[in-house]
Ligand binder design. Sequence first.
Ligand code: SF4
Length: 355
Amino acid sequence: MEYDINKMYNLYEPKDFYLKSTHPSGITRLSKSSVRTYMECPYRYYLKYVQKVIKLKPITDYPRLCGVMVHRFAAGLHKKHKHSGRFYYKTVKSAVSTWFYLWAKTLIENDQILLKVDNNKADMFGGVGANCIKNYWEVSYDKPDPVIIEKKYTIPWSPGFEFTGVFDQVRPVSIDIIKNKRPNLIENDKLDVRYNPVVIIDLKTGYYDYEVVPDSTEEEKIRHQYDLQRDIQAAAYTLLYKAHNHGKLPLYFAIHQLKNNKFFTVIGEGDETQEILKSSINHVIQGIKTGSFPKNIGPNCRRCDYTTTCLGDNPISISLPDGTLDTNLYPPNKEEVKEYKQLKLKLKPKNKPAD
Ligand code: SF4
């Protein structure tokens, strides 16, 4: 039996999906985030990017607010300034004080769109942000400035579709680091001509630590970093960089874990990662063109901003926990209650083996 998705979910005709997901230019612009969203739940993609529910009712929470603010603050440290110090603020102390001031201001400005106001969490993420700023300062102060900060790159993908991404930073890399990270690219102290001596950096403010426990098994190490090494972000940014830099590749992509100043390298140009990226984007495009936006119910719903919208006019009843299985309600007929006995099977070998 074939299901009519439009009737099931009371959606628009597929043609409308396509039109509504496009820019005024008629081009649908995909990003690593929108591709990830579709792969996780096509219906969430539909609500977010086609119906644009987020614009009608924006929602945020403390981790997201903190992440956005830290990114802006780190970029702002590299702004032009009049004093002789490296960063916009003279000292790390003044930077952190300003961070707390801006965090408090942001909380007031976003009060209405926070999922749930919680003063303890507000304080906690104020502290998380301050730690990220302090760590960013410590690791970057004596390094050359990024050559690119917060820049959007876009490439045409297929008729009617573009792919885009915003780089946090692109930084120059010394020959010594290249020798260490990608020794195969150096010959006679010269870098392979297919590469530019730069690394794409992505700032992360989250909890997760990609460092593997030293005595973990190979399987555990792979599981611990699988999403980092095979996620589409490194492949996407490598592709975008190459397209905008005359075919030259970046040396690698690295995430900067701001919570503890650790960097993790990912090579984005590998065949496997590029293939995962391309097949994911093409899969999403196919889904958009055919209006395929099924709901993918699962643990991902627990962190979805659209559960209420997704629910629509079909309420669910919330189940409260029962402490016991109350057998007193329906006492069994005593005659039916038998005493269970162990069956005694007579298992005798037909032919007793010779001693
Ligand atoms: S609640 Fe679940 S099924 Fe509905 S849009 Fe969100 S992730 Fe998808």
